[in-house]
Design a protein around this ligand. Sequence first.
Ligand code: SF4
Length: 364
Amino acid sequence: MNSTHIFRIPSLGDPTDPRGPDACRYPSQPIYLPYCHSGVLMKGVRLSIGTAIAAGLREGILPDPPTTAYVMVGNECINNCAFCSQARGSEGEKDRLSRVIWPHFELQEVLAAPLSERFQRICLQCLMDPAYISLVLPDLIEELSSASGLPISVSISPVSSDNLSELKGRGAERVGIALDCASRELFPGIKGRGVGNPYTFDGCWEALDRAVRVFGKGRVSTHLIAGLGETDRELIEALAKCVEMGVLPSLFSYTPLKGTALGGSSPPLPRYRAMQVSRHLIVEGGWGSGDFQFDGSGRLIGMDEGGIPSGIPGKVFMTIGCPDCNRPYYNERPGGPIFNYPRPLTEDERSQAVEEAKRYVRTR
Ligand code: SF4
């Protein structure tokens, strides 16, 4: 375990890089790191606490069990996204991602769990740990896929087409690359070079395009976080652009976490509801950003020259992601208010959610 192993580590975004502004690429020279680093990593993964309970690896009662097994992989993230407790500069709790706790498990324990009986999919949520991504992740996909027979989604930071091809070749059915911030102006200070990450707004869109070329239309997802300071117009335009590219966008509400750089508070629920309805109309209804009306500050003031259309179904307000993803309580406490429902809504919940969306569009 003390031999060395060669792998390529992503550039950290030198703006003078002759390869151009998209630094989400790999340098031409390999970098040598001790293989023992990945030897430690290979021993374990982390499961969301809900996944661990549903898999029978922890005791507990779940109001809404996860339908996907959420597995966090990698040791430490080299990135520094301003909202994230896994960021390298975060002083928050490192056992959390969003508001969920992720205990460690030996890989063998997880492989032996009755995954196919309890879940419909496995989602690997990758910290940006280049050693792990290069040396461990492809094997892990293969092992989890053959042990469970379940489809595997990989959620990962921008990587090269070669990396994506390898993940696909080793059994990943879908890939997710989070854009997170819909605002070109705010992106650098939240997820880009302003916080020491290598990413640019355009570079992340290019990464999604690369992923579509490798995995195909409809097999690539992205996340957008509502409440980072973006305007409604920016969020709606980003949603529409995703659909044009063949990328499935899902929405999260910003969840402030102790010790992270961003601070602030969750977005108001009525605004989030209006964004959920907008997403639905774009993804399911074929609407474009031109079908929405905005004021001079980019605030949503109308839809198709009116308010919220009638007949909005309850599923609009449920968690949306890969097939069979319900991500229970990532953004909220089970006691509410609930931004993304992990289960079908009652009729009362649906009509209240639609009313909240209407209230937002009415009150300008
Ligand atoms: S890449 Fe992902 S895990 Fe790493 S800091 Fe950014 S959001 Fe957090």
